[in-house]
Design a protein around this ligand. Sequence first.
Ligand code: HEC
Ligand code: HEC
Ligand code: HEC
Ligand code: HEC
Ligand code: HEC
Length: 218
Amino acid sequence: MPKIENFIFPKWSNYVLPTVLISITIILSILIGVIWYWMSPKHTDVGYMPEQPIPYSHKLHAGELGIDCRYCHVNVEKSPKATIPPTEICMNCHKTIKKDSPHIEKIRSSFANNTPIEWVRVHKLPDYAYFDHSRHVNSGVSCVECHGRVDKMEVVRQVEPLSMSWCLDCHRSPAKHIRPKDKVTDLTWTTKNKEQLGMELIKKYHIKTSEDCSTCHR
Ligand code: HEC
Ligand code: HEC
Ligand code: HEC
Ligand code: HEC
Ligand code: HEC
């Protein structure tokens, strides 16, 4: 006489519970792994170097031709955003320079049709973090501290992690990162006794860096 359970549950049902349990375990581990990776301060975009619609070179313009960063990034001293230059600024020169180049042709048609060039964003903080260029630049923190030697880059790439621990490292002890304000866009500037000078400038500029959460999360 067969056992009564065999009529209620078919034999394969014995495997259902273990299979479901194993699947849930695997899915959970993957989820935890992914979340841990994205939340971890070690997750960075260092090296990110997207291809741009026009091969604009900082090495040529900012390096060899020596055009000041502020000629194009006009708001970097005045507002949180540095801003990417509109096509008009390129046209100041390219109305006449290299008119026959196919790349310059793209600039000219962007200008003529009033359609902005779609530059790909390189540096991007998450929305919950607040950053302000003017506060840094006006405190004598140079572009090079956070963006590296852009004046040597054919294509811009991210060189610092831009993670919270990276921000805090400097906010805790800024001295060696502070230089005279008029040298912030001179990426080659250096001096002996950097830290000593930095300490003097911190007093002179009344710098008081903050580690309060609300400084960067507001
Ligand atoms: C002639 C104009 C011009 C000058 C001068 C210039 N830039 Fe730029 N910059 C651009 C353009 C256009 C882009 C967007 C395309 C790209 O990323 O290459 C850009 C992008 C950047 C980016 C990346 C922005 C992002 O998407 O995250 C950084 C950082 C930057 N510039 C820093 C500098 C620094 C530092 C200097 C001075 C040493 C400088 N630039 C001088 C035109 C200029
Ligand atoms: C203290 C670090 C720091 C300094 C100094 C700094 N930047 Fe930035 N920059 C950043 C961060 C962080 C971002 C991304 C901001 C975001 O996503 O909100 C950024 C983004 C940018 C961008 C693209 C977005 C925008 O704001 O338009 C440009 C262009 C730029 N920086 C240029 C410059 C130039 C030029 C200088 C020097 C005059 C400079 N930066 C100095 C940290 C810095
Ligand atoms: C102050 C003048 C000046 C400004 C402003 C300027 N450029 Fe230039 N650009 C030059 C000069 C000079 C050259 C080199 C021309 C040569 O090789 O003979 C050049 C070369 C180039 C080239 C290489 C062209 C080729 O085919 O060899 C590109 C692309 C370019 N610029 C893009 C831009 C963009 C985009 C902007 C605006 C963000 C811009 N330039 C702003 C002066 C300027
Ligand atoms: C290389 C040094 C350095 C780095 C890196 C740096 N900061 Fe700063 N930060 C400063 C200095 C110096 C000041 C100016 C403090 C003052 O105004 O007294 C400042 C000021 C600020 C302020 C304005 C504070 C206020 O009271 O409004 C904000 C916001 C800020 N930083 C956010 C950031 C964030 C976010 C990052 C990372 C993405 C960062 N900083 C990375 C040096 C740095
Ligand atoms: C100087 C600026 C700054 C200060 C001060 C700061 N944060 Fe952040 N925080 C950031 C930035 C920038 C990120 C984004 C990091 C990234 O994209 O990897 C971040 C990310 C975070 C995250 C997301 C997880 C992570 O680590 O990426 C949490 C949670 C957080 N902050 C909490 C805090 C708390 C709590 C405080 C106060 C004790 C604080 N923050 C102070 C700049 C700051």
